[in-house]
Design a protein around this ligand. Structure first.
Ligand code: PEP
Ligand code: MG
Length: 593
């Protein structure tokens, strides 16, 4: 009989408790081969280049594996050497090239056809050993598909019955596929609290634990497991008593969640009468209904890149316009803050072929990308402007690090306005423009940036990452990712002050804004508008309704006096446990209650 109640610990990133069967997702299984015809010679040339790059990347990967093969496996190195030979075999490589050139197929489809032709040949071979070698060809084929899909970012997840996914990593794009699927939740080896994968899990209300070492080795497909997204605990093969205990905990938590949600329609006013604006963050238009359900006063951050990622191609202006118009109309009369494309970092757009970056977080990301790919940017700005004729829209630019970037982006916005005018298309001439403050340089320049924009929105997910030099998706340093670090607190204070001095509003839209633990400190520092995962709104409103601005200012003042994050954490945690025992009884990180 196998061992029972084995406990593994990871990082809880999306609350809730689930009990079910594990499904271990291996590296590159299930890539989708979407056929696409190429219409121009340019497209053919680009596709050939894509194929060559994927072949080079696969060869590099195999060569690395060969070099790193542990000594006890050296005698099997011929397997990898064979794969390297297959990779360059004319039947794979040249045949795929030929199909791209002559039949104008995209690389995936051409590769698929070349592979199936070889498979048929192998099936007719008498010798069972040689016939079985098709497995090697298949392995190479899958590796190549993986590289064509861009770093394992496009597996297709489809399941017919409820499962808990266990994977080394899940891309944000893969996580969005869980919407409406029978996936109960997931556990990954990589990831951190503010990775986009975690954020999407919260939006989908799917419990998740990340950063659990060796999860794919320790947990087997088909095993019964419990995932506690409140504590980060995963229990393998639970006995009857443990199952009963967790079923009761699940019920208790769900009752509490429902009870908190009941107050979500009430306004967020402190006990001394200060009303706060509570907005929702969305990634996809479907989330608008969740934002409304949980009582959002508006959308404080629409992460528009997810539409591009979902389509796997560049959307047209019309497509974007319809999308933004639908969101703004559904939210009317509330305000919708559209953030322009934030591609790069941990989100990659497969139709665009850019060289792999050593440090994508420090690379061609967000506004830098938009200012380089100006056609893509203009198309998006045009769609946003056109949608602004149908409701209250604000636009904001991500990852601003200089005044020049703001001026350049605004310059393009003005050019696009002229184009629209010449086409007689309606838009809001005074569309408010904001800057996201998420790079330390922007904090230092806040008083100058405030002269250039109508509002600030502090993106703490990135601000903490860049201020403390802690990769937000790297679990090795996840415990050093500290929102209450004295440096971060001072940065927030300075941005609020710069905004106030220039009479522009300062909101916050990073995950910190949706965590009840940090709410009083932020309120006390002067943040006036909080934007968060919609599921966090009820609990944040509840905390606001139970505290006065005066008390919050005192909490912030005390925290600013302390020199280390440990001291600040201790005092804030103690204070919050004392004030709100019922909110923290399920754990302190209930970002998405
Ligand atoms: C942030 O960085 O805090 C933010 C809100 O943007 P994103 O999480 O999409 O990078
Ligand atoms: Mg950001």
């Amino acid at each position: 009989m196998s061992l029972q109640n084995i406990i593994l610990e990871g990082i809880p990133v999306s609350p809730g408790i689930i009990l079910g069967r594990a499904k271990v997702l291996r590296g590159r299984e299930g890539y989708q081969v979407s056929p696409r015809l190429l219409y121009t010679e340019d497209e053919v040339a680009q596709e050939l280049q894509r194929l060559r790059r994927a072949v080079d990347q696969t060869a590099g990967e195999l060569t690395n594996h060969l070099a790193e093969l542990p000594s006890e496996l050296k005698e099997h190195s011929h397997i990898l050497e064979t794969h390297l030979i297959i990779l360059r075999d004319p039947m794979i490589f040249q045949e795929t090239q030929r199909l791209i050139r002559e039949q104008h197929l995209n690389s995936e489809k051409a590769l698929y056809q070349a592979y199936h032709k070889i498979k048929e040949l192998f099936q007719n071979i008498q010798d069972p050993y040689i016939r079985a070698r098709i497995q090697d060809v298949e392995e190479v084929y899958r590796r190549l598909l993986g590289h064509l899909a861009g770093n394992a970012s496009n597996r297709t997840l489809s399941f017919s019955e409820p499962v808990i996914i266990i994977a080394k990593d899940l891309s944000p794009n893969e996580t969005t596929q869980m919407s409406g699927s029978p996936v109960l939740g997931f556990v990954t080896e990589r990831g951190g609290r503010t990775s986009h994968t975690a954020i999407i899990a919260q939006s989908l209300e799917i419990p998740a634990v990340v950063g659990l070492d060796n999860a794919t080795l320790e947990i087997g497909s088909g095993e019964t497991i419990i995932v506690d997204g409140l504590t980060g605990r995963v229990i393998l093969n639970p006995d009857a008593q443990t199952l009963k205990k967790y079923e009761a905990r699940k019920k208790e938590f769900e009752t509490f969640r429902a009870e908190v949600a009941q107050g979500s329609a009430l306004p967020a006013v402190t006990t001394d009468g200060h009303a706060q604006r509570i907005y929702a963050n969305i990634e996809l238009p479907e989330e608008v209904s969740l934002a409304l359900k949980y009582g959002a006063d508006g959308i404080g951050l629409y992460r528009t890149e997810f539409l591009y990622l979902r389509l796997r191609q560049l959307p047209s202006e019309e497509n974007l316009f319809e999308n933004y118009k639908a969101v703004v109309e559904a939210m009317a009369p509330r305000e919708v803050t559209i953030r322009t494309l934030d591609i790069g970092g941990d989100k990659f757009l497969s139709p665009l072929q850019y060289p792999m970056e050593m440090n994508p977080a420090l690379g061609l990301r967000a506004i830098r990308f938009s200012l380089k790919e100006q056609n893509i940017f203009r198309t998006q700005l045009k769609a946003i402007l056109r949608a602004s004729a149908f409701g209250r829209i604000r636009v904001m630019f991500p990852l601003i690090s200089s005044v020049r970037e703001i001026r350049e982006a605004r310059g393009l916005l003005e050019e696009v306005k002229k184009e629209l005018k010449s086409q007689d298309l309606a838009f809001n001439e005074r569309l408010p423009v904001g800057a996201m403050i998420e790079v330390p340089a922007a904090v230092t320049l806040a008083s100058l940036l405030a002269q250039e924009v109508d509002f600030f929105s502090i993106g703490t997910n990135d601000l903490i990452q860049y201020a403390l030099a802690i990769d937000r998706v790297n679990k090795q340093v996840a415990d050093m990712y500290q929102p209450l670090h004295p440096a971060v607190m001072r940065m927030i204070r300075d941005v609020v002050q710069a905004g106030r001095a220039a009479r522009i509003s300062v909101s916050m839209c990073g995950e910190m804004a949706g965590d009840p633990l940090y709410l009083p400190v932020l309120l006390g520092l002067g943040v006036e508008e909080f934007s968060m995962n919609a599921t966090a709104i009820p609990v944040i409103k509840r905390v606001i309704r139970m505290i006065s601005l005066k008390e919050a200012r005192e909490i912030a003042r005390q925290a600013l006096r302390k020199a280390t994050v440990e001291e600040i954490n201790d005092s804030v945690i103690q204070d919050m446990d004392r004030r709100f025992p019922e909110i923290f009884r399920f754990g302190r990180h209930l970002a998405a209650l």
